[in-house]
Design a protein around this ligand. Structure first.
Ligand code: ZN
Ligand code: ZN
Ligand code: ZN
Ligand code: ZN
Ligand code: ZN
Ligand code: ZN
Length: 269
């Protein structure tokens, strides 16, 4: 229990009817945090703060004038005595509510009293409003900070969505850049590879359709003089021995070893 020393928040109900043995001789109110002396034959009881204040001026008991030292004071913890004090009925001076028990008053004052001093629920974003709790709802309807909070939540949600979209697009851009880079790196290599190819391995200049395979064009890059056909180069034996090409097509065949002999065209050097 941690009751305030000067109580201006509640009144006792029917204080006159409260037994004198529950009241402090110094402040004449029901005890708050009662302590007892070591007076003999009967110990005396006072509010803790009352007797400590008293002993600063006078080292004798207010009731019997025996000597009292602060270190002799003992808190009263007897359950029945503490309960009787806690159950004293009080009335809240702020909201005028009756039927409260003194032991519950601190909770009433800080958590349920409709007149308790409150902060705006947007105090965390610097709304300076403070007032009775019962007026908080009215304030919230016009609180610019609370309106801002709604906007802030929307802005933050929009921001999250935009950030997500930007991230997705960045991933897409990164992928495109990577692909682009890979293609750039492959391009010179492909040029080199293409230039390394023999003439006859280059892609045909004209698409190979049935029409132009039936009558292949004369290859100007090859010598027009008759030569032996090579084994893997149709360009060559086309250019070299046109007659044998047609013989092959017609099923005439080549002599053994003939097709294994490379031609002396430029593309084999
Ligand atoms: Zn007292
Ligand atoms: Zn005494
Ligand atoms: Zn109240
Ligand atoms: Zn506010
Ligand atoms: Zn050849
Ligand atoms: Zn060739």
């Amino acid at each position: 229990m941690n009751h305030m020393t000067i109580n201006d928040k509640y009144d006792y109900i029917n204080e006159d009817s409260i037994s004198e043995c529950l009241k402090c001789k110094i402040c004449s109110n029901p005890f708050i945090d009662p302590v007892k002396t070591k007076c003999k034959p009967k110990e005396h009881v006072f509010c803790s703060h009352c007797i400590k204040e008293w002993l600063q001026r006078d080292l004798s008991c207010p009731s019997c004038r025996q000597n009292v030292k602060i270190r002799d004071l003992t808190p009263i913890t007897e359950r029945i005595f503490v309960d009787v004090l806690n159950e004293l009925p009080v009335k809240c001076l702020l909201c005028k509510q009756k039927g409260l028990e003194r032991g519950d008053f601190d909770e009433h004052a800080s958590e349920t009293c409709i007149k308790r001093t409150s902060l705006c629920s947007s105090a965390d974003i610097q709304c300076p409003w403070t007032g009775p709790y019962e007026e908080l709802d009215k304030h919230l309807k016009t609180c610019p900070y609370t309106a801002l909070r709604t906007m802030l939540i929307q802005i933050m949600a929009n921001n999250r969505e935009l950030t997500k979209q930007v991230n997705q697009q960045q991933i897409y851009i990164d992928r495109l850049q990577k692909e682009n880079q890979e293609m750039k790196e492959q391009l010179p290599r492909q040029k080199v590879q293409t230039s390394n190819l023999p003439n006859c391995y280059r892609p045909p200049r004209r698409p190979q359709t049935r029409e132009n395979t039936a009558k292949p064009p004369f290859q100007a890059t090859h010598s027009s003089a008759p030569k032996l056909p090579c084994d893997n180069c149709p360009d060559c034996w086309r250019g070299a021995v046109r007659g044998s090409y047609f013989r092959g097509q017609l099923g005439g065949g080549f002599r053994p070893g003939h097709t294994m002999t490379p031609c002396d065209c430029d593309c084999h050097k």
